[in-house]
Design a protein around this ligand. Structure first.
Ligand code: 5RP
Length: 229
C-alpha cells in the first residue's frame, strides 16, 4: 500500500469537482487525502458542500472548514469520492475495512456517481482475499454469524467468520452501534449473488460488497493515476 499512490489518486479526483457540487466524503486513509485536498480548495474559495460517511470524516471536514450537510437536508448528491479495500475490473468493491460500510453505501447510492480512489494494491482479479465485512445488529449476533456462514457456503465461500474487536477484545462498534463480522473467504466467485443473499439474513444490516454502485475508479500509481471505468 503506497501513500504516494493514494495521494496521486486524490489529486486526480479533484479534476472531477466543480463549484456548487454536493459531495459524499468517504472514509479511510485514501479518502482522507481527498478531503484534505478539498479542504485546501475550499479555503481558496471553492463552493461545495459535503456529506460525510463517518463521524471520523465529519470531524476532519469540520476541522478543514468544509461546509457539511446531511442526507435529510440534501438527499441527492453529485459525486461520492471514497476508497476501497478491493476492486475488480467490473468495479465491484469490497469496502468496510474502516467499519463505515453502511453509511458509505447509503451516501454512495444517494449520489449520481461514485468515484473510487485506490492505490494499485487494491486492484484484484477476484474479490475476497480481503475479509468481507458484514454489519450485523448486536441482538442475536452469534446466530446471525452462523447464518452468514451457511449462506456463504451455498455461494462457494468457506472460511473463518470473526467478530471484529480491538486489542482488548472489546467489540468494535460502528457509527450506528452495530457489530462487524469479518469473513475470510479467500475468494468470492459470485459477489452479486452473495451480496443479495447476505442482506436477506435477519440481523444483517448490510455487507461490504458494493455492486453496480461505482462508475469510475482512479487508481493512483507511482507517477500519476490510471482510470478504470
Ligand atoms: C472504510 C472503507 C475504506 O474506504 C477502505 O477501508 C479503504 O481504506 P484505505 O483508503 O485506508 O485503504 O471502506 O470503511
Amino acid at each position: 500500500m503506497s501513500d504516494a499512490q493514494k495521494r496521486h489518486a486524490a489529486i486526480r479526483a479533484l479534476d472531477f469537482v466543480e463549484g456548487g457540487m454536493k459531495l459524499g466524503l468517504g472514509t479511510g486513509s485514501t479518502a482522507e487525502h481527498f478531503v484534505r485536498l478539498l479542504g485546501e480548495r475550499v479555503a481558496e474559495g471553492l463552493n461545495v458542500v459535503g456529506v460525510p460517511t463517518s463521524e471520523r470524516t465529519a470531524a476532519l471536514a469540520e476541522e478543514l472548514g468544509i461546509p457539511l450537510t446531511n442526507l435529510d437536508e440534501t438527499p441527492e448528491l453529485d459525486i461520492t469520492f471514497d476508497g476501497a479495500d478491493e476492486l475488480d475490473s467490473q468495479l465491484r468493491l469490497i469496502k468496510g475495512g474502516g467499519g463505515a460500510l453502511l453509511r458509505e453505501k447509503i451516501v454512495a447510492t444517494a449520489s449520481k456517481r461514485m468515484i473510487v480512489l485506490a492505490d494499485t494494491s487494491k486492484v484484484v482479479k477476484t474479490l475476497g482475499k480481503f475479509p468481507l465485512p458484514v454489519e450485523v445488529i448486536p441482538f442475536g449476533s452469534r446466530v446471525t454469524a452462523m447464518k452468514i456462514a451457511e449462506t456463504a457456503r451455498a455461494f462457494g465461500c468457506e472460511g473463518p467468520i470473526e467478530p471484529r474487536d480491538d486489542d482488548y477484545d472489546v467489540p468494535f462498534l460502528t457509527d450506528s452501534e452495530n457489530f462487524i463480522y469479518d469473513c475470510q473467504f479467500g475468494a468470492i466467485p459470485d459477489p452479486d449473488g452473495l451480496s443479495r443473499a447476505l442482506n436477506l439474513i435477519p440481523g444483517v444490516v448490510d455487507n461490504g460488497l458494493f455492486i453496480s454502485i461505482a462508475s469510475l475508479a482512479i487508481v493512483g500509481t507511482d507517477k500519476g493515476a490510471d482510470l478504470i471505468e
